[in-house]
Design a protein around this ligand. Structure first.
Ligand SMILES: NC(=O)c1ccc[n+]([C@@H]2O[C@H](COP(=O)([O-])OP(=O)(O)OC[C@H]3O[C@@H](n4cnc5c(N)ncnc54)[C@H](OP(=O)(O)O)[C@@H]3O)[C@@H](O)[C@H]2O)c1
Length: 324
């Protein structure tokens, strides 16, 4: 598989990374620790070399204890640390049903120390501000990132769910290597940032690239999810949202058949072949799906095939989580 550079860092990773969030967070009860560590390690064996986690990705274990996603990632990768690229995030805490944002310099430094400890490493390859904190100017956050890079604690930094103005202001103080925003066939509202990424040499890491799984074609409104699984309330999994997605799911099925691949693979090949600075980070707890998702990086779509999909998407309207 061809590698892609993260920003202008000289760090190259495979075209598909692994989103590790689901082992602890958002998809029901956390995965048992040994199983999760085994699967993350398995992912490395399958070819994944870019692993995504966050300080706030926590969940509940079956015995009532807390599952810290960074701990799972750190345990799985500690003895191959120099062979993998680890991204984590600061600035968000989940408080009940809302997010608490804090990107003050002292909190960033405290978070970093916690992440280094949980990940069992002395440096983070890519450190993201998880969400913009309206109380802190981008120049202040970028200033802290500049210091952390100089101290050797992080190699590069990025921003998640960023807009153009914030990105440009932050980048002017300390070059941003990657943004991590939602992007899938059902969530294209950040495409205006493509030209900014191209201009500034920034990688676009696409989170929830299969619209939280819906684009795989494996789910219907009748699909049952565990308590605590965010899909229970996501609009694309409700009858109305699912109905709106039917035309897209039919198109994906048809084209996947023609390309001899799965719908999940096609949904990611579409963005990979569209721009050479996009890296999707799908998540799965299942080994066969880890393989399937990784191999989407080997599927070639022509410019005409991508245009056919985009032209169809332009005529469609979706109800999707995070939607604008
Ligand atoms: N920066 C942010 O604010 C932010 C927000 C959300 C996510 N993320 C990152 O993005 C990563 C991925 O996002 P995501 O988990 O929200 O969405 P996603 O990757 O679009 O979808 C994951 C869901 O799809 C299912 N799935 C995965 N591959 C499949 C396949 N081949 N066939 C059928 N079902 C499949 C998974 O279930 P199984 O586990 O059962 O396979 C899981 O429920 C996360 O792990 C996290 O690292 C970042």
């Amino acid at each position: 598989m061809k590698k892609r550079q993260i920003g202008k860092t000289g760090i190259y990773v495979n075209t598909v990374g692994l989103g590790c969030m689901g082992f602890s967070h958002a998809y029901g009860m956390a995965e048992d620790k040994d199983t999760a560590v085994h699967m993350i390690r398995k992912a490395y064996a399958l070819g994944y070399d870019f692993f995504d986690t966050a300080e706030c990705y926590t969940g509940e274990n079956a015995d009532g204890t807390i599952s810290y996603n960074e701990e799972l990632v750190g345990t799985a990768l500690k003895d191959i640390r120099d062979k993998v690229i680890i991204a984590t995030k600061f600035g968000v805490q989940h408080k009940g049903d809302h997010l608490e944002l804090d990107s003050s310099p002292q909190t960033i430094r405290k978070s970093l120390e916690g992440s280094l400890e949980k990940l069992q490493t002395s440096y983070i390859d890519l450190y993201y501000q998880h969400r913009i904190d309206p109380k802190v100017e981008p120049e202040v956050v970028a200033g802290v990132m500049k210091e952390l890079i100089a101290e050797g604690k992080i190699k590069a930094w990025g921003i998640s769910e960023v807009n153009e103005d914030y990105l440009r202001r932050a980048h002017a103080v300390c070059p941003v290597s990657a943004i991590q925003n939602r992007y899938s066939m059902m969530a294209r509202w950040h495409e205006n940032l493509f030209s900014v990424c191209e201009e500034l040499g920034i990688t676009y890491v696409a989170f929830s690239p299969m619209a939280n799984g819906l684009l795989t074609g494996q789910f219907t409104p009748e699909s049952k999810f565990e308590k605590g699984d965010f899909r229970n309330s996501m609009p694309q999994y409700q009858a109305e949202g699912y109905k709106k997605a039917q035309a897209l799911l039919a198109l994906l099925k048809d084209m996947a058949n023609q390309k001899n691949c799965t719908m999940a693979q096609l949904s990611m090949a579409w963005m990979i072949c569209k721009k050479d600075f996009i890296i999707p980070i799908p998540g799965s707890r299942k080994e066969n799906r880890l393989t399937e998702n990784f191999n989407s990086g080997n599927i070639e779509l022509t410019a005409q095939e991508i245009k056919r999909i985009d032209d169809s998407l332009d005529t469609m309207d979706f109800a999707v989580f995070g939607g604008h």
